[in-house]
Design a protein around this ligand. Structure first.
Ligand code: ZN
Length: 242
C-alpha cells in the first residue's frame, strides 16, 4: 500500500491544490489527513470540499474542532483566535458537519494517526521532544504513527532498546524492531523555513517514508488572506515559511 498523508492545510486552497496534484503523480492507494483542514487562510469551505473529494481518513485538529465549538479558542494565541472566529462565521453547513464529525485518532493494521499526540489527542499537545514521543510510542500498537500540528516535518525513532532520537530527514527507511513518530509538516502554513507545501508518502512494501515539498502560488494565497480581512501577518508568514 502507498499512503498519501498530509496535514495542516489551514484553508490554503492554492497549497492544497499543488499538494494534491503532486500526490496524484505518486500512485497513492489511500489518502490520510491529519487535521487542521481549516483556520488561518481564506478558503475553509473549498478546502474541506477538496479534501472530501479525495476521501481520506481524516482526524480532527484543534482548529477544526474550535471552529465548530468542540475545543475552546481560549487555548489559541490572539492571531490564531482571530482566525478561528473569522473561519467560524464563514463556514457553510456541510463544512460544519464534516468538521464536527471528525474523530481524534485513527489506527489500522499499518499505522496510527493523531493531530498532536496519540497519548493526549484531545489536548492537542505538540510532538516536540523525546518525552512526548515516548508517551505516544507507549500506546502504539503498530510501528508507526503520523502526526502534524507543529508544521515542522521530522521523525522520532525509537530503537529496540527504547532509545529515542530525532531526525529532520526527507526520507526514512523503516526497519523492523524500530518504531517511528513521523511529523508530516504542513501543506498550508509551513514553519520550518521552507515555504513550499509539505506532504508525505508511506510505502508499506518498500518500507519507506518520504516527506516531499512542492511550490505553490503563495502570492495569491497571501492576497486572499489580506483581502478577506484576516490578520495580515497570516499572509506575510507564508512567504517566509515561518
Ligand atoms: Zn495547524
Amino acid at each position: 500500500m502507498r499512503y498519501g498523508i498530509f496535514s495542516d492545510v489551514h484553508s490554503n486552497l492554492e497549497a492544497l491544490g499543488a499538494a494534491i496534484n503532486a500526490l496524484h503523480q505518486e500512485d497513492i492507494g489511500r489518502y490520510l489527513c491529519i487535521g487542521d483542514v481549516v483556520g488561518y487562510a481564506s478558503n475553509p469551505n473549498e478546502c474541506v470540499e477538496k479534501v472530501k473529494t479525495l476521501a481520506p481518513i481524516t482526524v480532527a485538529g484543534n482548529h477544526d474542532w474550535a471552529c465548530v465549538n468542540l475545543f475552546s479558542e481560549e487555548y489559541f494565541n490572539p492571531v490564531a483566535r482571530e482566525a478561528v472566529i473569522w473561519t467560524r462565521s464563514n463556514l457553510d453547513d456541510t463544512t460544519k458537519y464534516f468538521l464536527g464529525s471528525l474523530r481524534l485518532t485513527y489506527e489500522n493494521q499499518d499505522l496510527a494517526l493523531a493531530h498532536g499526540t496519540l497519548h493526549n489527542p484531545q489536548d492537542f499537545e505538540y510532538m516536540l521532544d523525546e518525552d512526548a514521543a515516548a508517551a505516544t510510542f507507549a500506546l502504539l500498537k503498530t510501528n508507526i504513527c503520523f502526526v502534524g500540528h507543529t508544521h515542522r516535518p521530522g521523525v522520532f525513532i525509537q530503537n529496540f532498546l527504547g532509545e529515542i532520537h530525532y531526525k529532520e530527514s526527507g526520507a526514512i527507511e523503516i526497519k523492523g524492531g524500530d518504531k517511528y513518530v513521523v511529523d508530516v509538516g504542513s501543506v498550508g502554513q509551513p514553519r520550518d523555513g521552507d515555504p513550499r507545501a509539505a506532504y508525505c508518502i508511506y510505502d508499506t512494501e518498500k518500507k519507506e517514508v518520504q516527506i516531499k515539498r512542492v511550490s505553490y502560488d503563495i502570492q495569491t494565497a497571501r492576497s486572499k488572506i489580506i483581502n478577506a480581512g484576516l490578520p495580515r501577518y497570516l499572509g506575510d508568514r507564508l512567504l517566509a515559511g515561518r
